[in-house]
Design a protein around this ligand. Structure first.
Ligand SMILES: Cc1ncc(COP(=O)(O)O)c(C=O)c1O
Length: 424
């Protein structure tokens, strides 16, 4: 058992002062001023400054799927850091070769991209999407001089860098930043397939790719219907348009399959898909997977990264992939998801005027409220539960996939109490 270290923040005036002001960090986040996370264990987070503990239904925004301070992850981090942390992408390292092989093999054996062929390793979700967009554009450029446009969707979230932002629809994230990468067309995922078909056919010479989250996460937890994803893939394939699935939030077991696209028939699988968040259980590692058609379009020098594909991330990712990429583990995610949903349905039934919908898959669940549930989130925090929102008025439940039944109950008891207090 690894020894827990107490935080140097305990009782420190410096931290108290920082919490009272905005500290020394830029004001891009609205953080609560009465909460300082000092440590975590499994599905619990602790604030030793205020002597409080929290059930964590956020998992660091769908990241720590194997729980906080996972003993094995810490052990690997420790051991590998003494062996080799970084050696650059100029040379092979054993850990990343192993991780890439595991991703490809597990993807195929667990119903994901049937023609998965190669992996590009990097460090963040945004970066994985940047790679995916560039790969799609590179593929397009070999078919025609103007074929570099991208179709993206309203309500999407793909990241904050200029490329990823240019396919992220939310005006709040985009507007202040002026011109983004040109060539994006936003469509509505709820449109009939013939609307897509007409558009893609009419613009096949200028569209290189389409990017979609199989379950829209930040936008409000909206699973895209299987038939829609299958239809989009067919239209795109018929017109030489590359399909990218962004599985940064919904992948790595979150929906009860290794990848959300594993719910699709084989012919509907994407050409490229991306992963990050849970892949490193908190260590920054991300990946872009491609089939042979895409790999054939790439050549040395087309893309790169300094940190990505480092042995430390590779060693951690391998362990996470082994653990989550396991049928029995994934089955438990589905069972736990059902437990969540049953209880949330009961709560919803008691507050029909306030709670309007329940959506999701596995342990990626959204509870829709009639109005933005800001007070509820804050009440949950006061009572010892961390939950986050998505979209305009959705409470998002993305706990560690390893959460125990008793922790689910404990957290949902708090949630129910908070709903009672806010809406009664
Ligand atoms: C679907 C999706 N894509 C991309 C990203 C960006 O990932 P990162 O914050 O690791 O750059 C996120 C992050 O929330 C996401 O949910």
């Amino acid at each position: 058992m690894l020894k827990l270290r107490s935080s140097p923040a305990l009782g420190s005036n410096l931290y108290k002062e920082a919490l009272n002001s905005s500290g020394f960090q830029v004001t891009t986040y609205a953080r609560p001023h009465d909460l300082l996370i000092t440590r975590g264990q499994g599905s619990k987070l602790f604030d030793d400054l205020h002597n409080k503990s929290y059930v964590d239904f956020t998992a660091g925004i769908a990241v720590t799927s194997l729980g906080h301070s996972n003993e094995k992850v810490s052990q690997i981090l420790c051991d590998q850091s003494k062996k080799l942390i970084h050696s650059s992408n100029l040379y092979y390292n054993a850990e990343c070769l192993e991780l890439s092989k595991k991703i490809v093999e597990k993807t195929k054996s667990l119903g994901g991209q049937h023609d998965c062929s190669k992996v590009f390793l990097c460090s963040t979700g945004t970066e994985a999407n940047e790679a995916a967009l560039k790969f799609a554009k590179k593929h397009g450029s070999l078919l025609g001089p103007k074929k570099h446009g991208i179709i993206a969707f309203e309500n999407s979230f793909h990241g904050r860098t200029m490329g990823a932002l240019s396919v992220t629809s939310n005006p709040k994230y985009r507007t202040p930043f002026g011109d983004l990468v040109p060539g994006t067309t936003f469509m509505n995922i709820h449109d009939e397939l013939n609307v897509f078909s007409d558009f893609v056919k009419a613009n096949k010479d200028t569209i290189a790719g389409l990017i979609v989250e199989p379950v829209q996460g930040e936008g409000g937890v909206f699973p895209v219907p299987t038939e829609k994803l299958a239809g989009l893939k067919k239209i795109c394939s018929d017109n030489d348009v590359v399909v990218i699935h962004d599985e940064i939030q919904c992948g790595m077991g979150r929906t009860g399959k290794l990848w959300a696209h594993a719910y699709l028939p084989k012919e509907a699988h994407p050409d490229i898909f991306t992963s990050a968040k849970a892949l490193g259980n908190g260590f920054p590692i991300a990946a872009t997977m491609v089939n042979e058609k895409i790999n054939n379009a790439l050549k040395v020098g087309d893309h790169g990264t300094t940190y990505g594909g480092n042995p430390l991330g590779g060693a951690i990712g391998s362990y996470v992939m082994d653990t989550i990429g396991d049928e029995a583990f994934l089955q438990k995610v589905i069972t736990k998801g059902q437990k969540f949903e049953e209880r949330l349905q009961e709560i919803r039934a008691r507050y029909p005027q306030h709670i309007t919908d329940l959506r999701g898959r596995g342990l990626m669940i959204g509870l829709e409220f009639a109005e933005a549930p800001k007070d509820l989130i804050s009440k949950c925090k006061d009572l010892g539960l961390l939950v986050i929102t998505a979209g305009k008025s959705t409470v998002r439940f993305v706990p560690p996939l390893t959460i125990s039944d008793s922790e689910i109950e404990e957290g949902l008891d708090i949630f129910e109490k908070a709903v009672n207090e806010v809406y009664t």
